[in-house]
Design a binder for this molecule. Structure first.
Ligand SMILES: Cc1ncc(COP(=O)(O)O)c(C=O)c1O
Length: 491
């Protein structure tokens, strides 16, 4: 199969107010990602055209930065293989190998007053809906099925005897290498491939993490409102939940400390909070990391849709800020490839790898190797980077259309939450109605609306809906929003 440039763009935050020229900022961004070890020797860089369009600048500053990086030896260029990060860097900084302090695993957690023990999310009427705005769907019709099928055919024909054996409990090494390279560049995650475990989606990642790190009765901070499936996993594991409110800076760490300082874990979605969509501020991130270190607790960072940011202000992972091995980073291919794959990954602090692998061995010994081979090649040959870029443009347009339609139909009655990112949008709507009832009625109108109030464990602060736009086209959105307005008006 033909090789194409993979070229994942590093996180570069351009500051247009800054006196430093744009080309110098691009140069700085690359240089610091290289010296921090987030970009690796031999890794392809995106073309100047692609990077310029992602950063929202002309090609000129990108060309200037690239030629400086080439001249100084950070990049190398070879005929036929494009431009790559140099294998012989002009300087070596030890940043990516900063010692991660070893921390012991937790002991039995104390019981907590006021922690919620609400029953699991049962199959409520509106959960069985299907139709416009389903938050779990992606743009299936845009998936590069032809390329994917070719890779599947190739691997079917070239199966090797070694692929018939039990694989490694941590997953296929080639895929773990690709993921480590991708995460370093795109998310500033600090890890090596041997810290990555391939799992059956984030769902299993949370399950394995809770089995490895929590005990019966341990308390977990849960974002309020938050991801109910994670709550169910912790409840099934016999843990207690401590809902911690989310405001426009993300999880309110001080309230968590006030409420339950001795929790053993915090489950957070800092890049794009689920469901409100806010991004956790740097102040809160540092506060959360400090709390975890002081309380001997763990943080699960669920980075489920961080690939989709549209406002040119890239947000690095929380894991990348952690110097104490407190963060368990979880990613998934459900949003960026397709959910039926059931493949995700955990980045595990080095000293906990054996503990996680031991849990994995007694569960299912790892997902089938076949699709791991296919994904590894899909990433390696650049199809993944290209697909992400296309989807980013598509989802952004859908989001813009949705925001416009909600404002047109509901005017000042609607409050939109969150940053310009992701594949869903949460909106509160003022008025005398019950969002759960409306969601149930909407099912009959081919609308799959998730009632915002049902994502709270305690008293809901907002009445509204979560609109998934992954599989709802720009053409469908205006009609679907209008249907919702008609339903609300009929109340
Ligand atoms: C908060 C959150 N995390 C993770 C996921 C993905 O889960 P999985 O990888 O198990 O498909 C979703 C899917 O909708 C989600 O909403």
């Amino acid at each position: 199969m033909k090789k194409t440039a993979s070229g994942i763009s590093p996180l570069i935050a351009l500051d247009r107010e800054c006196s430093r020229a744009l080309h110098a900022q691009i140069y700085d961004g690359y240089r610091s990602a290289i010296v921090a070890g987030n970009l690796r020797g031999g890794q392809r860089v995106p073309s100047t055209r692609v990077l310029a369009s992602e950063l929202g600048v002309s090609r000129f500053p990108v060309l200037t930065a690239y030629s400086q990086l080439l001249a100084e030896g950070y990049f190398e260029s070879r005929v036929g293989s494009g431009t790559t990060i140099s294998n012989c860097l002009p300087e070596r900084f030890p940043c990516n190998t900063l010692p991660i302090r070893e921390v012991s695993s937790p002991s039995q957690a104390p019981a907590v007053n006021g922690a919620s023990s609400r029953q699991p999310f049962t199959s409520l009427g509106w959960l069985r809906n299907s139709g416009a705005f389903d938050i779990s769907e992606i743009a299936y019709d845009q998936f590069p099925l032809q390329t994917w099928s070719k890779l599947i055919a190739y691997h079917s024909r070239s199966m090797q005897l070694q692929h018939l054996k039990y694989g490694e409990a941590m997953g296929l090494p080639a895929l773990r290498e690709e993921i480590a390279t991708y995460l370093g560049a795109a998310r500033s995650v600090r890890c090596e491939a041997d810290q990555i475990m391939i799992v059956s989606g984030s769902q299993q990642a949370v399950d394995i993490s809770s089995r490895a790190l929590l005990n019966l009765g341990s308390t977990v901070w849960i974002e309020e409102p938050g991801y109910r499936l994670a709550c169910d996993i912790f409840l099934r594991a016999g843990c207690r939940l401590a809902p911690v409110p989310v405001d426009n800076e993300g999880l309110d760490v001080s309230k968590g400390i006030e409420r339950c300082p001795e929790a053993r874990m915090a489950f957070v979605t800092p890049s794009h909070q689920f469901p409100l969509g806010v991004t956790m501020s740097i102040k809160r991130r540092l506060q959360l990391l400090d709390w975890a270190q002081a309380a001997n607790a763990w943080i699960i960072e669920d980075d489920y849709d961080s690939e989709y940011r549209y406002d040119a202000s890239p947000i690095a992972s929380l894991q990348g800020l952690d110097r104490n091995g407190r963060v368990i980073y979880i990613g998934t291919f459900s949003k960026v490839l397709y959910p039926a794959l059931r493949i995700g990954y955990i980045v595990i602090p080095r000293n906990l790898v054996d503990k996680f692998a031991a849990v994995r061995r007694v569960m299912d010994f790892g997902p089938p190797i076949f699709f791991q081979l296919v994904i590894a090649q899909f990433i390696h040959e650049g199809h993944f980077a290209r697909h992400l870029r296309r989807m980013r443009t598509l989802y952004h347009k859908r989001r813009v259309t949705l925001v416009k339609c909600l404002r047109e139909e509901f005017g000042p009655l609607v409050t939109l939450f969150g940053s310009d990112a992701g594949m869903h949008l949460a909106a509160a709507i003022a008025g005398e109605f019950c969002d759960v009832n409306i969601a149930e009625q909407a099912a009959g109108e081919n609308l799959d609306l998730r009632p915002l109030s049902s994502y709270y464990l305690e008293k809901a602060m907002y009445n509204g809906f979560i609109f998934g736009f992954g599989n709802t086209s720009e053409r469908q959105i205006p009609r679907a929003v209008k249907k919702l307005r008609d339903l609300l008006e009929a109340q």
